[in-house]
Write a protein that binds this ligand. Structure first.
Ligand code: CP3
Length: 350
């Protein structure tokens, strides 16, 4: 479906091109570090009502494009709209993160729908149409979903933690029920991504924020295989669909991930060693990443040195500049401006 448009640098990289000035966007580029976001956020009753309000969600999606001129806009929403559309109650408490009606045992799975409630997600497709019509010609529109494993960690625990232990325990104790849940999420995610393409996105990213906590065998079962099924299903419905994988914390599993999942680019977290990334990842697939969000928050020479090291290692091949995880709310706007100037300036001078 999405053909190369010469004026969209990010799509060019997803087709394997190396660009002299790499395209740049940031995970969570629309968010609380922007005063204009906080203004809109205050107008919405809750975080989810912002996600499901096409007028406001489109505005928030476009804010970082207007302010910084990023090469991609990512639709403003959240990975947890999928469990919400499967009938699980989801809320976001200020300062505490997501709260879901936890799935404590296999019995609890019966409360879930088997497929997405289209009415719940319809506003997101509406947002996509609105953003598309207002986006500068050279900016790529990205959709996204969470990977089944990462989404399941929140569904089972009912909240996020630093070890996501409840889902890991559930998967060991009830492998069959867990596989059933992952199966529902695979179908739902593939359907959701295909619909985002049909509504106008030009590429999607699959966020697997918690893939790094699984041992090898579990990583294959709960990360690689389900994502490979999603990619195959999306490609069936949307031939040529461009997909970026982001298996955060995968480390040395990255190579197995790439062997098992035919993504068009892989997002690297900030822990990924740059020469390993260049020699063992970028040789097989375009890469995206991987500035430490803390280096961006700190700014100054720490930021400059980190940016230069990344460009030095990765800008010689197909590469999209990004963070290694989402931008932090305390990040000063002037640091983001400095980052963009450095990536565009230093790259042009190379
Ligand atoms: O990148 C973007 O600008 C698009 C929007 C986007 C959000 N969440 C908005 C958001 C995207 C792509 C996500 C993905 C997401 N959501 C992930 C995967 C990436 C990652 O960060 O690991 C995960 C795990 C979630 C679940 C989630 N949503 C958590 C744990 C939290 C609370 C923690 C936090 O950072 O506030 C959210 C809330 C959330 N999602 C906010 C935003 C802008 C903050 C809500 C607010 O207070 O305004």
């Amino acid at each position: 479906m999405p053909k190369l448009q010469a004026n969209k640098p990010l799509l060019g990289v997803l087709e394997g091109k190396r660009l002299a000035v790499p395209p740049i966007w940031l995970m969570r580029q629309a968010g609380r570090y922007l005063p204009e976001y906080r203004t809109i956020r205050d107008q919405a009753e809750s975080f989810l009502s912002l996600c499901f309000n096409p007028r406001l969600a489109a505005e928030v999606t476009l804010q970082p494009i207007r302010r910084f001129g990023f090469d991609a806009a990512i639709i403003f929403s959240d990975i947890l709209v999928v469990p919400h559309a499967l009938g699980q109650h989801v809320t976001f408490e200020a300062g505490e993160g997501p709260r879901l009606d936890a799935l404590r045992d296999p019995e609890a799975l019966r409360r879930l729908r088997r497929s997405l409630d289209d009415d719940v997600l319809a506003p997101i497709y509406d947002t996509i149409g609105r953003v598309k019509s207002k986006l500068p010609a050279e900016v790529t529109l990205l959709g996204f979903c969470g990977a089944p494993w990462t989404v399941a960690t929140y569904m089972i625990a009912g909240y996020g933690s630093t070890d996501q232990l409840p889902a890991r325990l559930f998967a060991y104790r009830h492998p069959q029920a867990f596989a059933e849940l992952i199966g529902v999420l695979v179908e739902a995610s593939a359907d959701y991504l295909a619909r985002q393409f049909e509504a106008g996105v030009e590429a999607v990213q699959i966020f697997d924020s918690w893939s790094g906590i699984l041992p090898t065998g579990e990583f294959r079962k709960w990360c690689i295989e389900p994502i490979a099924r999603i990619v195959a299903m999306v490609h069936d419905r949307v031939p040529g669909a461009r997909i970026i994988g982001f298996p955060r914390g995968a480390g040395t599993e990255l190579q197995r991930y790439l062997a098992g999942v035919p993504v068009d680019a892989v997002g690297l977290d900030w822990m990924t060693e740059l020469h390993f990334a260049r020699d063992h990842v970028q040789k097989r697939c375009p890469v995206q990443g991987n500035l430490d969000p803390l280096a961006l928050m700190v700014g100054g020479e720490t930021l400059d040195r980190s940016v230069d090291a990344i460009l030095e290692a990765l800008a010689g091949g197909p590469f999209i500049f990004n963070l290694g995880h989402g931008i932090l709310p305390d990040t000063p706007i002037s640091h983001v401006e400095r980052l963009i100037a450095r990536v565009r300036g230093a790259s042009a001078a190379r």
